[in-house]
Design a binder for this molecule. Structure first.
Ligand SMILES: Cc1cc2nc3c(=O)[nH]c(=O)nc-3n(C[C@H](O)[C@H](O)[C@H](O)COP(=O)(O)OP(=O)(O)OC[C@H]3O[C@@H](n4cnc5c(N)ncnc54)[C@H](O)[C@@H]3O)c2cc1C
Length: 328
């Protein structure tokens, strides 16, 4: 992690991704750090199935497909991506550049773009204490890293939203048996996904809550409580995949010495914060007239990147639009 990047983008949401792409077009050496094991911020974590209608040039697109396309776009100028890495501290070095301390080590950069949205996402966990070995040994997961590791396994998916239903449906042809456990009778997913679920071979257990999870000779044993009763059932399975949504934590921001207005970072018209060479964009910021929309964040990204590069490379000619990149 000793390399010094031109730009370190904190936050791999849609706005951070576009900033990385734009910086790549400008030949900058870029890294992104993202607290989750996936990119895409709110769009990927909170509303993957929702159709977005208000991005210029795209009449209608599912949020998850928009993120897929952003990742495709980003692959033209691939930045270094650190997933499951949370920025914790930002210190200015003697030479004016920055060292960012993360929970995985330190990173160095000439300038920083903060694109942390509403804060670092983490999955909402099971609400009871369990042996951490369940996670380290792969019996209990909050994300699917590799669908193949579920092949021919019995899998319990916990949760009732789009993400839980989508994963249950994706696992159905691969796993031996999929069971979905939800604490309400009604699922919160899209009607079309719920219909698919009902027509599938997936076992539906509602209204049940998982109240205990224990290791059981190569398996995980779950205690399921029927909601509003004292009725319990034991379910033993190979893997448990929990999809209870996400929480966002922006408390770390208060340690970064940035001028805030409430939970948001104040920036000027060049996306500059009060600290030299630290810029901020997207839902993390505020200024008069700010809107928390993708289109607005996408517009702030090139402003921040251009300001940052003008500051760290003042002698470099700054192209006005993308085609000028290919003319020089
Ligand atoms: C339900 C819902 C529907 C929406 N629908 C629309 C819509 O139709 N159209 C529209 O334009 N907008 C919509 N929005 C708003 C849109 O999602 C946001 O404007 C957009 O996601 C902002 O992007 P961002 O990259 O600034 O932040 P985010 O999407 O919040 O991404 C920030 C990322 O930074 C990461 N992060 C935070 N802190 C750290 C840290 N310390 N270290 C490392 N990583 C960190 C987070 O994990 C997250 O992945 C919707 C929002 C919601 C909640």
């Amino acid at each position: 992690m000793d390399h010094k990047y031109d730009l370190l983008i904190i936050g791999g949401g849609p706005v951070g991704l576009f900033a990385a792409y734009f910086a790549g077009m400008r030949n900058a050496n870029v890294a992104i750090i993202e607290s989750l094991p996936q990119l895409g911020g709110q769009a990927a974590a909170l509303f993957p199935e929702k159709i977005v209608y208000d991005v210029g040039g795209i009449p209608a697109i599912k949020a998850k497909d928009l993120i897929k396309q952003q990742q495709q776009q980003l692959s033209l100028f691939p930045p270094k991506i650190f997933l499951q890495t949370s920025a914790q501290d930002i210190q200015q070095d003697e030479d004016g550049d920055y060292t960012v301390t993360t929970d995985q080590g330190v990173l160095h950069a000439r300038a920083i773009i903060v694109a942390i949205g509403t804060g670092a996402f983490s999955p909402r966990r099971l609400a009871f204490a369990y042996d951490p070995q369940l996670e380290s040994a792969g019996y209990l997961n909050y994300f699917v890293q590799d669908l193949e590791s579920y092949r021919d396994q019995d899998v319990v998916v916990a949760g009732g939203g789009d993400s839980a239903i989508d994963w249950a449906l994706a696992l159905e042809p691969i796993a031996h048996q999929v069971t979905i456990v939800h604490r309400r009778d009604q699922f919160r997913g899209l009607e079309s996904s719920v219909s698919k679920l009902e027509q599938s071979t997936i076992q539906i257990k509602t209204p049940f809550l998982i109240t205990q999870a224990d290791q059981a000779v190569g398996k995980i044993q779950l205690d399921l409580k029927r909601v509003k009763t004292n009725e319990h059932e034991i379910l033993t399975t190979d893997k448990l995949l929990v999809n209870y949504g996400f929480t966002a934590d922006s408390r770390v921001l208060r340690k970064w010495g940035l001028t805030l207005s409430g939970p948001k970072i104040k920036v000027d018209t060049k996306m500059a914060t009060n600290r030299p060479k630290i810029y901020a964009i997207g839902d993390a910021i505020t200024y008069p007239g700010k809107l928390d929309l993708l289109a607005v964040g996408y517009a702030e990204a090139p402003i921040a990147v251009t300001t940052a590069l003008q500051t760290i490379y003042p002698d470099k000619i700054q192209p006005v639009h993308s085609t000028s990149l290919f003319e020089h």
